[in-house]
Every structure is written in C-alpha cells, then in structure tokens.
Write a protein that binds this ligand. Structure first.
Ligand code: ADP
Ligand code: MG
Length: 254
C-alpha cells in the first residue's frame, strides 16, 4: 500500500464568533487524491469551517490546530494559505465593480507565480492560458471583459469560481455550496468540471446539500456536520439516506 499523503489535518478545532462557540472540537484528515463532501443542516457550521481553513480573520480559534501538508497554518495569514495551495470558492461570491474579471484572474495567477518564485505571465500569454481554461469548462470568453461578478447570474458566479479553481490549480480546493441555486443543466456542468479537475495530486472539500451532486461526483467520504462538529462519516449512500430520512436520522443516531 502506498503511503497516504496528508494535505489537510484539522485537529480538535474550536472556533468562536462573538464569544459563541461555532466549531466544537472538530477533527478531519484529507489526503492527496481524495474528495470529501460535507453535508449538514443550515447553521451547522459548514461555511465557518471552510472560512477558518482558508484563514478568514473574523473567526477566533480558541483551541486546536490546522495543518496543511504537515505544516501548522493555524495562525497563518489568508494570502499565505492561498499561496501554499488552499483555494476557497465562496458560497456567496462578491461583485467587484471596476475590476475586470480578466485583470483579477491574471493578478491572482501572477501573485501565486511570484510567491512560488516562478515567472509572472504577460497579458497576451495569460489570455491564451485563460481561454484554454474557459474552453475546458465551457464558459464564454465574454465573461473576461466584464467586471468581476458584476451582474453575473447565480450560476455564472459559481462558474467563475470554478474557473478560478481550474486556473490556480490549488492542492486543496474548498467549494462551499458551489452548486446551490443552479438549474439541473448547470448542476451537471459544475459537477462535470469538479470531476475533471479532481486528480491524484489534489484534494477537494465539497460542501453541498445535493444528493445528485454526491452521487455524480462520488466522493471518498461524506461527512455530516451538526452543531459545529462532524457527527457521522459515510459515503455516497449516506447522502441518499439523508434525502430519504432527513438529517435528524443521523444526528439522533449518534
Ligand atoms: P452553514 O454554512 O452550515 O449553514 P455557518 O457556518 O454559516 O453555517 O454558520 C454557523 C453558525 O454560526 C450559525 O448559527 C451562524 O448564525 C453563526 N455565524 C456565522 N457567522 C457569524 C457571524 N459573523 N456572526 C455571528 N454568528 C455567525
Ligand atoms: Mg454555509
């Protein structure tokens, strides 16, 4: 058996917001090549976990640690985490009028290149590169000229997050309800793109409410979160049972 390579280890994590404990001693290990899904009722702490892993400054870690590739990043700045290889696709991507999508993407790409001591890319070569990524995910290049997320439909915003994920090729991509508010075709498209992106060298943490998406992507693990902790870990059958019996079935069973 080949040794598993740890990408993320969350150890006994406790997180407060305004003195209220939101994450309550959570443990999670994600290895290279794995896809983990997190499901759970609204307010169970899924987005909080996603933001804390990526270093959102509003949350206070009161206890526990977060390791990325065996290095302790519990108190690392969010931009350093991004450069190390953590990507977060937001549940609610923000609109940034005045910043073109193309400029934003190139800046993000070059920032990472610079941090990794790699050559920054000129606008023309970047245009070629980003168009390749667009083609892969079947996205119209007209979106490059528009301002970041401004006036994008819900599905288009989510697709733009997928574009960033494909472009940055982070080792850990956290997708927070990337599939919410999408119609069936868009759901299939996003799931396809996630499946295409996932490989043996990266890892994905997928937060979703959809059994359909779980069934299609077939993650290695499906975790259920309740009251700030993982209360059950199963596989895609778990998602099917949630669909049938609701979350209560798992949260009481514990
Ligand atoms: P989920 O993503 O699972 O729906 P969240 O992580 O968004 O849940 O929220 C978990 C809990 O933390 C909720 O009770 C929510 O109201 C609370 N919470 C999240 N962010 C804040 C905040 N900035 N201030 C106060 N409470 C918050
Ligand atoms: Mg959420």
């Amino acid at each position: 058996m080949i040794n598993k390579q740890e990408i993320l280890k969350v150890q006994n994590l406790h997180v407060n917001i305004n003195n209220k404990e939101i994450i309550t001693g959570l443990n999670l290990v994600i290895n290279k090549g794995e896809i983990h899904a997190i499901m759970g009722k609204n307010g169970s702490g899924k987005s909080t976990l996603a933001k804390v892993i990526s270093g959102h400054p509003s949350y206070e870690i009161t206890k526990g640690n977060i390791f990325f590739k065996n290095e302790d990043i519990t108190h690392e700045q969010p931009e350093n985490r991004a450069h190390r290889g953590i990507f977060l696709a937001f549940q609610y991507p923000i609109e940034v009028p005045g910043v073109s999508n193309l400029d934003f993407l190139r800046l993000a790409y070059n920032c990472k290149q610079k941090k990794l001591n790699k050559k920054e890319i000129d606008p023309l070569s970047f245009f070629e590169l980003i168009n390749k990524e667009l083609t892969k995910i079947h996205m119209d290049s007209l979106f490059l000229n528009r301002d970041l997320n401004e006036g994008f439909s819900g599905g288009e915003k989510k697709k733009n997050e997928i574009l960033q994920m494909s472009l940055l090729k982070s080792e850990l991509s956290i997708l927070d309800e990337i599939d919410s508010g999408l119609d069936v075709d868009a759901l299939k498209n996003i799931s396809d793109n996630i499946k295409k992106f996932a490989d043996k060298d990266n890892a994905i943490l997928l937060i979703t409410h959809y059994e359909k998406v779980i069934n299609y992507i077939n993650p290695d693990y499906v975790h259920i979160m309740d009251k700030g902790n993982i209360v059950y870990t199963g596989n895609k059958k778990t998602a099917l049972n949630i669909d049938k019996y609701g979350y209560e079935y798992f949260t009481i069973k514990k």
